[in-house]
Design a binder for this molecule. Sequence first.
Ligand SMILES: [Zn+2]
Length: 195
Amino acid sequence: MRREEVLHLLEEAGAVRQGHFELSSGRHSGHYIQCALVLQHPQHAEKLGRALAAEFHDLAIGCVASPALGGILLGYEVARALGVRSVFVERDASGQMALRRGFQFAPEERVLVVEDVWTTGGSTRETIGVVEQEGACVVAAGALIDRSGGHLELPVRAEALLEMNVPSYEPEDCPLCHAGSVAVRPGSRFLRATH
Ligand SMILES: [Zn+2]
């Protein structure tokens, strides 16, 4: 799948939003990519999942693991394309990422970690930590979008369908904050709106 096709799907779904946002990493940005708006269309999710899965077909993946909530839909579609299971990790009561709901890995199982967007890759790193703690082996990581601007540091092979160079800032360095506007947290706002 070509980069332009991915970008077109995102834009068509209104997933590329402009404003002043606090990302889940804590960084601020004038752009937010709401992947849920493209993934709400099962035919798009399936197509994107198949395209991302194709990057890893040579790795004998045994299971896909994703961080909740953002990674779950895409992880599921990647797993469908690879013909393997899809599990997710989520925060427990103490705020730590954990494998719950009876999900398990086989010893040394080869796991692919899938997330929707990498800004710093923090959730993917946490997910890798949980999977390895559970006795499996993370062999690669994939995302729909890498917006890290080349600063992604992951301990495994990493592939994204689309690289977007949109700046993000530590809050104290954010030019939008300095101009007097207040950042909103789009993830939680959209999440609440669905309940
Ligand atoms: Zn700001």
